[in-house]
Design a protein around this ligand. Structure first.
Ligand SMILES: Cc1ncc(C[n+]2csc(CCOP(=O)(O)OP(=O)(O)O)c2C)c(N)n1
Length: 290
């Protein structure tokens, strides 16, 4: 598959926006300053901390400016929400499948007791903003060190056999520890792996093209070809390991296939052919981050 440079997509991505938040509040000390530069790290219940911070800064605020700023933030928030919504409602007939449509179909197929393991590098832990997770132990992620996803799914499924474990993986990331699929088959661990096949290391391709364009380096799609994985068949590979596997390339097949595989309670893999568009640093990812 050839690399896909989408100038309008990457132009809209604003890394500065990702890095601008300098105060982080988290209940989990390990999460503090882990994902972005943090000047003030507050270990606290965010609800309590925000209420106290509000009390502390309110007397210092210029009222008129505050009202104006809140209106602006509300509008920007709504724009991002609308944009993500439009991605979730993208053309369901698109082949390969649009990421937004894939998320919508997967969310619709997940049972109430699902435990989702997320190693989708393009969305860098932002999936809960699309799929609402309400129950404890229903969402696990760590996309900063690839290779975690496949074995983590085994751990989750073995630790919580009462849940239906579904692992959402990138094709590139899965390659870092693909042999754990064999373990799932060998030890009959009931997991459905949904492998997003976009033909390569999409985030890296996106970063490379973004920075290349930012510094005005002469480059074309061929320069990004190093991030292509090639025409692998992950379904065939999984089948050879002993999993039940299927490759699907259209949105209509996602929900019935996922429901069927979850009901089997066996190690299974769905290779989902997704568009190279919609991976990497595109508008959808930017909308999640900012
Ligand atoms: C161990 C490790 N090596 C390298 C990286 C750098 N890295 C970040 S995203 C990425 C590409 C992941 O590709 P894929 O899983 O297919 O997801 P996509 O970017 O296509 O959504 C790489 C190599 C990393 N995060 N961890």
């Amino acid at each position: 598959m050839s690399a896909n440079l989408n100038r309008s997509s990457v132009d809209k991505f604003r890394p500065a926006a990702v890095l601008r938040d300098r105060i982080q509040i988290d209940l989990d000390a390990r999460a503090l300053a882990r994902f972005c530069p943090t000047e003030v790290a507050l270990l606290a219940n965010p609800k309590v901390a925000l209420a106290q911070l509000r009390k502390a800064v309110e007397p210092l605020l210029d009222k008129a400016r505050h009202v104006e700023r809140m209106a602006q933030l509300r509008e920007e928030h709504q724009q991002r929400k609308d944009f993500v919504e439009s991605c979730l409602n993208a053309d369901p007939g698109m082949v390969p499948v649009h990421w937004g449509v894939a998320f919508r179909e997967i969310a619709a197929a997940l049972p109430g007791n699902a435990a989702v393991v997320d190693e989708l590098a393009s969305f860098y832990g932002q999936l809960p903003k699309v799929i609402g997770f309400r129950e404890p132990d229903s969402y696990f992620t760590s996309v900063d060190s690839l290779g975690w996803g496949v074995p983590a799914a085994l751990g989750v499924a073995m630790g919580r056999p009462d849940k239906a474990t579904v692992a959402l993986l990138g094709d590139g990331g899965a390659m870092f520890c693909i042999q754990a699929l064999w373990s799932a088959a060998r030890y009959r661990v009931p997991i459905v792996f949904v492998l997003f096949n976009n033909g390569g290391f999409g985030s890296m391709r996106g970063l490379f093209s973004y920075y290349g364009q930012a510094v005005g380096a002469p480059m074309d799609a061929a320069d990004c070809a190093v991030y292509d994985i090639g025409e692998l068949s992950f379904a065939a590979l999984a089948e050879s390991f002993g999993l039940i596997a299927r490759r699907i390339g259209n949105a209509a097949a996602i929900r019935p296939t996922l429901e069927e595989m979850i009901d089997l309670r066996k190690p299974a893999l769905i290779e989902l052919m997704v568009s190279p568009e919609g991976a990497g640093l595109n508008e959808m990812t930017a909308a999640f981050f900012t």
